[in-house]
Design a protein around this ligand. Structure first.
Ligand code: NAD
Length: 279
């Protein structure tokens, strides 16, 4: 088998759509098998649609279309026991685990959200990342690679301010960056690497959600895609409204492969200059 991650198995959370699906396809194309986890349900506190079982089935078909093997699991990353069961089952099916991509996340922006949304956001975006890494660790050996998805919003001093979901989002993503540093120090002696990717605006359903559009165009009652593109672009130095999921996958693929065998503790921004622009 050939490919940059040939013979490896990757756990990917949030794999039903968006960046997670893109990572699954990028790694499968380069020879990896995939344990795909996604909630595929709608928690009552969420204010835009999350993935569906149909989305996860599409990811499965796409990976199989690349001749990859995939073990799909509908699981909430906040539920550590269920997540451990899913990962154990995936490893039993696919034989090993080499790569963890802790990517699942939510961004429920909105001025009128209750405080409980803050807690749910942190529990998904930060504790969910820790849960995925924790349940994977017993399966990981020397040479393994862990990649957590943060956000440029977690690296800016001001973060995202819109409502409890927004502040929870920034706080959790800042926590992801910090967690990556701590784990890189703890796991380096075992030859396990831990890195973060920090996307800027990325062309996925999270960015193209009604609450996000409203944050960028508060002057409009019901902003549409064409109404927000200039506002999206204004957050970045490079002249694009967003990067594509594949741009994040390119970084993830490098960090997953042995090409980055001595890269650990890296906070890799893929943000078209958004963090620099935010100052
Ligand atoms: P997305 O909404 O398309 O994908 C997120 C996926 O995570 C969905 O499939 C969703 O069902 C899943 N998910 C949500 N909660 C879950 C849970 N509790 N358990 C399991 N799965 C769950 O958005 P995306 O852009 O692909 O997001 C991927 C990551 O990138 C997230 O961590 C997000 O915060 C981060 N990010 C996104 C952007 C952006 O502009 N899109 C920018 C910076 C960072």
């Amino acid at each position: 088998m050939t490919g940059r991650v040939a013979g490896k198995v990757a756990l990917i959370t949030g794999a039903a759509r968006g960046q997670g699906r893109s990572h699954a396809l990028a790694l499968a194309r380069e020879g990896a098998d995939i344990i795909a986890v996604d909630i595929c349900a709608q928690p009552e506190w969420m204010n835009y649609p999350l993935a569906t079982p149909g989305d996860l089935a599409e990811t499965v078909d796409m990976v199989k279309g690349l001749d990859g093997r995939i073990s799909p699991h509908i699981v909430d990353v906040r539920d550590k026991t269920a997540l451990a069961d899913a990962v154990d089952a995936g490893v039993a099916e696919l034989g090993r685990l080499d790569i963890v991509i802790a990517n699942a996340g939510v961004c429920p922006l909105g001025e009128n959200e209750p405080e409980s949304v803050w807690l749910e956001t942190v529990s998904t975006n930060l504790t969910g990342v820790m849960n995925a890494i924790d349940v994977a660790l017993p399966h990981l050996g020397a040479g393994a690679s862990i990649i957590a998805t943060g956000s440029f919003a977690g690296l800016t001093p001001q973060g995202v301010k819109n409502g409890p979901g927004g502040t929870g989002y920034s706080y959790a993503k800042r926590g992801v960056a910090s967690l990556v540093n701590s784990l890189a120090i703890q796991l380096g002696p075992r030859n396990i690497r831990v890195n973060a990717v920090h996307p800027g605006n990325c062309n996925t359903p999270m960015l193209h959600s009604a609450p996000m559009y409203k944050v960028f165009r508060p002057d409009l009652d019901d902003p549409k895609r064409e109404d927000v593109l200039d506002a999206f672009a204004s957050t970045q130095i490079m002249p694009v409204p967003y990067v594509e999921p594949e741009d994040i996958s390119n970084a993830v693929l490098f960090l997953s492969s042995d090409e980055s065998r001595y890269v650990t503790g890296l906070q890799l921004k893929v943000d078209a200059g958004a963090l620099l622009k935010a100052g």
